[in-house]
Design a protein around this ligand. Structure first.
Ligand code: EPU
Length: 419
């Protein structure tokens, strides 16, 4: 396990360059196994979730070459083996091998995925969609065996605009016979990024980024080059940090449109922002104002930025309410923030109140999930004194070079192995 030690309360200035999107890259890599030739993906973040996917590719016998942000994947000769528990449960996104392997081999055996404990995280919508395409799903002690004599295009209406189900069904449909229509599809930027990747290989997908996606099955997918879209959650995390302790902190290599809902909230709290074509420069205001947050599917306020935003709201004047509508258990960071001096309380499992501003003081605290860890990291950076974050491995799942990036803009932060 790792720990992060921060000597806080330093103004941050300079530039932070944003990496490729975790949630896009973790779908693009499983998608690569669908290709009948080698693919090259650039701007891949160097984070532990990607290492875990690399392990699965190696286990299946793919030829993988990684150098800095480039990954080349040749899946021509992969074998359809049961993906074992130890590697399937390392991350959530292992479930994208369900759609990809089913599409390629008409059969997949894989364990229920892992990932942060932020709610029940069922995959019923993925499975229902596979069944609509003619697959048979069997489950035995968390081992899923999904088979099909033939995968056929189908009309699938998602009960909820699930990111995972939309992508998994898109993967399954790419080589299915006929046309699949996914309605009430998720619209997140990574849906568009993955559809573009598949289209670059010769897939026929239209409508990605809208609530109806149409996929005409094809037989062969060829080699291509593709770039991972900038990570709008990493972008947003640093934007929130800059709004509390930034002095002209420039966040570059971004797509400002992807963080529109956050920009609007940061305007409400009073952050001073200059928005460029591919950057945002942010300075803290004299006084932050309280606001209310309700998480929603894209383009609404992202659940993945709710926990970092909670830390900002501990510094805002007045009472803020957070309504988390996507996950049932995404407030574990609040208890740790309270240890540092914050005043937060749960109104229900999915609703919290934060009263600010409160002075935060460095403490030994524990991360319990990725974005919760980001929330605690921001707290450590703004607190007076020394903060030690245990279980810092969570943060390494999703934020590339975070210690380097923050040190570069003036933070006093260190990552060390513990235990
Ligand atoms: N849901 C179902 N059944 C399903 C699928 C989802 O009930 O079959 C429910 C979930 O329980 C949840 C809601 O639908 O209440 C949203 O789930 P979704 O499927 O959209 O989420 P996901 O695909 O499991 C991805 C990201 C999450 C991010 C969410 C929402 C990956 C690997 N994970 O999860 O990212 O919070 O979309 O945007 O892409 C993170 O990066 O920290 C993270 C948790």
């Amino acid at each position: 396990m790792y720990k992060i030690t921060i000597n806080g309360n330093k103004t941050l200035t300079g530039e932070i360059k944003i990496s490729g999107s975790k949630n896009s890259a973790v779908a693009l890599i499983p998608a690569a196994v669908l290709c009948d030739e080698e693919v090259t993906i650039a701007n891949v973040p160097n984070i532990s979730d990607i290492d875990a996917l690399d392990d699965i590719l190696n286990f299946l016998g793919a030829k993988v070459y990684r150098n800095e942000d480039i990954i080349k994947i040749d899946s021509k000769n992969i074998t359809n083996r049961k993906i074992p528990k130890e590697i399937a449960t390392k991350l959530r996104a292992s479930y994208y091998f369900m759609g990809a392997m089913l599409s390629k081999f008409k059969r997949v055996e894989i364990y229920f995925p892992g990932g942060c404990s932020i709610g029940a995280r069922p995959i019923n919508l993925h499975l229902k969609g596979f069944e609509a395409m003619g697959a048979k799903v069997e489950e035995n002690n968390n081992l899923f065996t999904i088979t099909a004599d033939e995968l056929k295009g189908a009309k699938i209406n998602l009960e909820f605009a699930s990111v995972g189900a939309t992508l998994n069904l898109m993967l399954a449909a790419v080589k299915a016979k006929g046309t699949t229509i996914i309605s009430n599809a998720a619209k997140e930027p990574h849906i568009v990024n993955v559809a573009t990747f598949l289209n670059n290989m010769g897939a026929k997908i239209t409508g990605a980024g809208t609530s109806e996606i149409k996929i005409e099955g094809v037989d062969y997918l060829h080699s291509c080059f593709h770039e991972v879209v900038p990570d709008y959650i990493e972008t947003g995390t640093y934007m929130i940090l800059a709004s509390i302790i930034g002095d002209k902190l420039k966040i570059s290599n971004i797509i400002p449109d992807h963080v529109e809902s956050l920009i609007s909230k940061l305007e409400d709290v009073g952050a001073i922002m200059e928005i460029g074509v591919d950057f945002i420069t942010i300075s803290r205001p004299k006084k932050l104002k309280a606001t209310n947050i309700k998480t929603q599917v894209y383009p609404g306020f992202p659940t993945d930025l709710q926990q970092p935003m909670a830390t900002l709201l501990t510094q805002a004047n007045g009472k803020s309410i957070i309504n988390e509508t996507i996950w049932e258990n995404r407030f574990l960071n609040l208890k740790e923030l309270n240890k540092m001096g914050a005043t937060t309380d749960l109104l229900t499992n999915q609703k919290a109140v934060i009263i600010g501003p409160t002075k935060l003081t460095g403490k030994r605290i524990k991360a319990t999930d990725l974005r919760g860890a980001a929330s605690l990291l921001i707290a450590g950076l703004i607190a007076s004194g020394t903060t030690v974050i245990e279980n810092a491995d969570y943060i390494l799942r999703g934020y590339e070079d975070i210690v380097y990036k923050l040190t570069n803009v003036g933070a006093d932060i260190k990552l060390e192995k513990e235990g």
